[in-house]
Design a protein around this ligand. Structure first.
Ligand code: F0G
Length: 454
């Protein structure tokens, strides 16, 4: 059957705790029903995110030992710069401490009051930086992208007709750039196709608009292009990567997901763009040969990028996720289909159909799942949105509980444990009630907000 097969062996392990349900009840109360505020010592399987928690390889650890430390001119940085050029074909590389730092720099450099930024879909931090600089975000994902249950292989595609219409409506000079997000995070880690990217690229070229690729979740997207897009079946991962890079004016990434370490960066072949961004990097991140990263992290990214070009490495996440999604689906649990990258996404709107959206079904489900299992997921629904200027809720298109699958971290028995607990919770779903905010920060409230039973 479709049982995932690990193409690695485990050589270092970390002990886990499975605390009693009584302690879990206390812990989730202390955390204000916000899984971001749980302490790891109370968590059994941490499926909050795949950011900075993927397993590192023996080769990465070995490389970290030979890092060349210096404020300026480090050999390690040169290695990273060369690796970026080798893989993406971009001459200029700017380091940053993580993905959102790249977003800060790109938004400060290009977003002005009144700018419009079309995206296949927003990510929380990418949207927040655009708004901080006076711009607005237009999400032009294809309709199928918001269809929770679907067979469509590329739900992350951008609607090219809508892109043209937006440009006609606002005028090309108002469009600061077009942002295409690989492995579209908030709609369930869904990929776009190379064909779609080509079409978006053509429109951008016609109107002389910059195309920026958010490559944070590139690894998953590469795997899906390779396995789902007929014309790419015979291309190597390196060739697909290069084709995507050639269609992008600027690529940025969070190395917390891509490269399996920490850090991030921006690359381009456009010298004017590079010079514009360079001064912001030195202001916010650090000198140009580290940008907020330690040399050890940079060494790990060099190896991690190479490993991302290995099909047997990047298929691990998607295979485990597909297994989990299929098992849950088989037992009637509502999940986002087809299985994407990043993690397994449960449709809380349907799972807790008795909880109104104003009582945050995805937040309630995240809290309940922790209580019954010690599995920590992340709310990706209305709690993760921001109120509008009049203080009204912005209801999310989807109410998802995301169970991220850190790459090469969990065994299949652990995944089966999570599946078993989710099935139990689904059978007993009427026990779960809604939530209301008791502490609500105005920006990125999902990180620190606290909630109580509604
Ligand atoms: N872009 C995408 C598509 C992301 O998924 C993330 C982070 C970022 C940008 C920002 O990168 O965290 O390094 O600053 N996603 C994490 C997550 C936080 O859990 O999905 P960062």
């Amino acid at each position: 059957g479709n049982v995932p097969l690990e193409m690695h062996k485990v050589r270092i392990v970390q002990k886990l705790n499975l605390v009693s349900i009584e302690r879990r009840l206390e812990a989730i109360k202390e955390a204000g029903n916000n899984t971001f505020l749980l302490k790891n010592r109370d968590v059994f399987m941490d499926m909050l995110t795949d950011s900075g928690v993927n397993a590192m390889s023996d080769k990465q650890l070995a490389a970290m030992m030979e890092a060349d430390d210096s404020y300026a001119g480090s050999e390690t940085f040169t290695k990273l710069e060369n690796k970026i050029t080798e893989i993406f074909g971009k001459k200029y590389f700017l380091p940053a401490h993580q993905g959102r730092a790249c977003e800060n720099i790109l938004s400060q450099a290009f977003v002005k009051q009144g700018s419009v930024i079309p995206m296949n879909y927003h990510f929380t931090t990418s949207k927040a930086h655009v708004y901080l600089n006076g711009g607005t975000v237009e999400e032009i994902i294809i309709d199928e992208g918001l269809n929770i249950t679907s067979e469509y292989p590329f739900k992350g595609n951008m609607n090219v007709e809508k892109l043209k219409a937006l440009i006609t409506k606002h005028g090309a000079e108002k469009i600061a750039f077009v942002r295409l997000e690989a492995g579209t995070n908030l709609i369930g880690g869904q990929p776009f196709s190379l064909q779609n990217m080509k079409e978006v690229h053509t429109v951008c070229k016609d109107f002389d608009i910059m195309l920026i690729l958010d490559a944070s979740l590139l690894a998953d997207n590469l795997h899906f292009i390779k396995t789902r897009e007929e014309v790419c079946k015979n291309m190597s991962i390196r060739e697909i990567t290069r084709a995507m890079a050639d269609l992008s004016d600027v690529i940025y990434f969070s190395a917390r997901k891509l490269g399996c370490a920490r850090g991030g960066g921006i690359c381009t072949n456009d010298k004017a763009v590079y010079l514009k961004l360079r001064e912001l990097v030195t202001l916010y991140e650090g000198f140009l040969t580290y940008g907020g990263m330690s040399v050890r992290e940079m060494e790990a990214i060099v190896v991690g990028l190479d490993e991302t070009m290995d099909e047997n490495m990047i298929n691990q996440g998607p295979q485990f996720i597909e297994y989990m999604v299929n098992e849950l689906k088989k037992h009637g649990v509502p999940v986002v289909t087809p299985a994407g990258g990043l993690g397994c996404h449960i449709n809380a709107m349907e799972f807790l159909s008795h909880v109104p959206q104003s009582q945050y079904p995805a937040g309630a489900l995240a809290s309940a799942l922790y209580l019954v299992s010690g599995v920590r997921g992340m709310e990706r629904g209305t709690v993760s949105e921001q109120r509008d200027e009049n203080g009204n809720e912005t209801f999310s298109n989807m109410e998802l509980l995301r169970l991220a699958m850190p790459r090469r971290v969990f065994t299949l028995s652990q995944v089966n444990y999570a599946i078993d607990r989710i099935r139990w919770l689904y059978e007993n779903r009427k026990l779960v009630g809604g939530l209301t905010f008791v502490e609500e920060p105005p920006i990125l409230r999902f990180f620190f907000g606290k909630l109580a039973t509604a």
